[in-house]
Design a binder for this molecule. Sequence first.
Ligand SMILES: [Zn+2]
Ligand SMILES: [Zn+2]
Length: 350
Amino acid sequence: MQALVYHGPGRKAWEEVPDPEITDEGDVIVRVDATTICGTDLHILGGDVPEVRPGRILGHEAVGTVVEAGDGVHRLSPGDRVLVSCISACGACRFCREGRYGQCLEGGGWVLGHAIDGTQAQYVRVPYADTSTYLIPDGAADEDILMLADILPTGYEVGVLAGGVRPGDVVTIVGAGPVGLSAIACARLFSPSHVIAIDVSDARLAAAGKFGADVTINDSREDPAGIIRDLTGRLGSDVVIEAAGTAATFELAVRLARPGGRIANIGVHGKPATLHLEEQWARDITITTGLVDASSTPTLMRLVTSGQLDAGRFVTHRFSMDDFEKAYDVFGDAASGALKVVVTREEDED
Ligand SMILES: [Zn+2]
Ligand SMILES: [Zn+2]
């Protein structure tokens, strides 16, 4: 088969590799019908995730069709359409029993395209298939469901739920990339009084407006702290969601929260950030961090298939698999306006 293979920092290729095989009775082999590229893949290519070894097939998001199931798989059969989540789960360890699948102790968690070969390929082996995939309802579009593999549960769980968004809250999202936009859309489900988006890109802020932000702030030329103070009677934001992953954006997020406020960090940080306890210790704030568990995937799938959450609007570009490297170029180019790029199987293949 063909797959997108990581060859060390800055190097990758769409090339011929051996077909995946079932190695454990809980595995399935999925033919990938649609996959996408994540900002995390760019971090890997940038050398920020050194545990990913050269030779690894990248990708942790897919929609596909089961073509083979191990003897221990009980809920899936060849021909089933499934969502392959970025988080795999053994379903039985201490953390899986608590629904904390991201922390799975038995070879689950974020493994695809990280510790094992991933989804940017014609076929992928998915471990613990019964508890790591989700059957797709008839009639649901591949593209919409694909957004449930990572960005929607990440924005919802690590941003909105961890931040404890409640009706009437002022919710500020720092960083309006795909995950920040997903946090905006999911925050809207809770009827906040205001959703404020902060970014340095006007194009991303325009997208934030379409996804439900009613105040947008370009902090390369505007002062977010002043604007939010004016909007909140000098208090600050009830919830601040950090979805950019730099020291500056984390420190801004902490400053923007009101006393007693909640700061939910989603950002993937490659470098240290400073927590100014000398300013913050008396302000009763709560800071949360986390990796997505994808425990909300069934809930989000109902919201998407019932039309309560518009997943399709994340998709800005489409490619076929033999244009995979071009898909990376477009996704990695800040000027392209790309949010999510969908890469699909060739029509004439089987
Ligand atoms: Zn991802
Ligand atoms: Zn587990």
